[in-house]
Structure formats: C-alpha cells, structure tokens
Design a protein around this ligand. Structure first.
Ligand code: ATP
Ligand code: PRP
Length: 219
C-alpha cells in the first residue's frame, strides 16, 4: 500500500477552488504552481499526491482506488451513479441542471402537456430518470459539449444542461423551463481507502468539515 494519499481533481474550473480549500487545512503542493503539462504532482514531505483528470473521469479513478479521494460535481455523480462514499458538500462549483428550450417555443406551448420529446444532453441518465418520473417519453441525443447549439440547428428542440450565469442560454435565445437539480462540488472517497487509510482520511474529512462550517457561519 502506498504511503501517499492521492487526490483525483478535475483539470478545469474545479481544480483551483479545490486547492484553495485544501490549503486551508494545510494540504498544499508547491509542484503544482506554474504552467505544466504534468498530470501527477507530489508533495513528498507531506505525502500527498494530486492527479489532474477529466471531470467526468474523477469517479472512475476513485472507484478503482487509483485515487483515495476526489472532487467532482454532483451532476457527474448523479449521472454515473457509482458506489462511492460522498461525505462532504464542498459548496463551490455552484450551478443548476435545467431543462431549456427556445424562448419562442415556450411562448407557444405548455411543458405540462409534453408526452414525447427529443432532448439533447450530456446527462442522458439523469434526463431519462427525470422525465420518466413525469411520465414523459424522451428520445435522448447524447452530446459532449456546447449543448446549447442543438436547438439552434434543429438537432433537438429541448436540452438538459448546466446553467451558471445564464449567459450561454441567453445569448443563444434559450429559456429555462425547469430546474432538475442544484449542483455543487462534492468530496468523494474510495471505500477501501477509507478502511486502509482510515486515520488520515478521517482527519481530512473532519478538518474540511470545520473549515466549511466556519465559512458558512461567516456567510
Ligand atoms: N458554468 C459553470 N459554472 C459553474 N460550475 C460549472 C459550470 N459548468 C460546469 N460546472 C461544474 O464544473 C464541473 C466541471 O466542469 P468543466 O467544464 O471543468 O468540465 P467539463 O469540460 O464539463 O467536463 P469534461 O472535461 O469531463 O467533459 C461540472 O461537472 C459542474 O459540476
Ligand atoms: O450559464 P453560464 O455561466 O453561461 O454557463 C453555462 C455553460 O457552462 C458549461 O459549459 P462549459 O463551459 O463547461 O463548456 P461545454 O459546453 O463545452 O461543456 C455549461 O455546459 C454551459 O454551456
């Protein structure tokens, strides 16, 4: 067993928020500063290792134990449904997963009357579950990015995607129909690591919990 604690972190927007939070409990990695194409960074003094991976791949690295811990959006967890321990809501990475369609289409119809629709999304499982709960049949079109383009070119009139500032929807003439879920980033833990590295991992969770509680008390 490695004496390192390994984190899988998404390369994009979540990486910086994660490292800023970890610094507050003394987890740092000087090797990560500066531009680099490296994918693994280590702090040999404190025995922490950080892997930079695609956001959607974080749960896989943690599930297979290549990483003991990971940070990932709740959207990805809802979509993948993997068996991971999810002890903490880290509160950053806030956005919403919504159903949306062109504004002019919403003016002419009532979404409550939908019975059979086509939806483009990066989140087919969440979308199918959501509409199944409403008794609406969906034809799913799986996309990997720029979902807002689909209604503009007639690929699908409706989409399910993330909204943060709302700028992407607005600039593409789309409006929200309904929120499916509020999203934040979560800490996830490999179940075996929780047993084999119990003391160090429990300490990390408890320390983070204290920082998050203090931050929410300070507004
Ligand atoms: N506009 C946004 N504002 C805030 N958080 C967001 C936004 N878009 C995505 N997120 C959150 O950040 C996570 C990672 O998003 P990011 O854009 O870095 O990766 P991605 O390119 O969507 O994923 P991948 O690289 O795996 O395809 C998302 O899963 C979500 O939880
Ligand atoms: O409400 P806004 O602040 O405009 O943000 C929403 C956009 O951000 C995300 O896309 P991302 O930047 O990850 O690119 P992608 O479409 O390639 O996934 C999301 O999929 C929306 O397109």
């Amino acid at each position: 067993m490695s004496d390192y604690i390994t984190f899988a972190l998404p390369k994009g927007r979540i990486m910086q928020d994660s490292m800023e939070l970890f610094a507050k409990i003394g987890i740092t990695c000087p090797e990560m500063q500066g531009d680099s194409r490296k994918l693994v960074f280590e702090n040999p003094e404190t025995k922490f290792r950080f892997m930079a991976v695609r956001a959607t791949d974080v749960p896989t690295y943690v599930e297979y134990g290549c990483a003991d811990l990971g940070v990932v959006g709740k959207d990805t967890l809802l979509e993948q449904g993997k068996d991971l321990y999810e002890p903490l809501d880290l509160k950053f990475g806030y956005c919403r997963l919504v159903v949306a369609e062109p504004g002019e289409l919403l003016r002419d119809e009532d979404p409550a009357s939908w019975s059979n629709i086509r939806v483009a999304t990066k989140y087919p499982n969440v979308t199918e579950r959501f509409f199944a709960g409403r008794g609406v049949q969906v034809e799913l079109i799986k996309l990997y990015g720029s979902i807002e383009l689909a209604p503009l070119v007639g690929l699908a009139e409706r989409i399910v995607d993330l909204v943060s500032t709302g700028a992407t929807m607005r600039e593409n003439g789309l409006v929200e129909v309904e929120t499916i879920a509020e999203i934040t980033s979560r800490l996830i833990v490999n179940r075996a690591s929780l047993k084999t590295k119990h003391q160090r991992i429990t300490r990390i969770i408890q320390d983070l919990e204290k920082v998050l509680a203090a931050e929410s008390a300070n507004g």
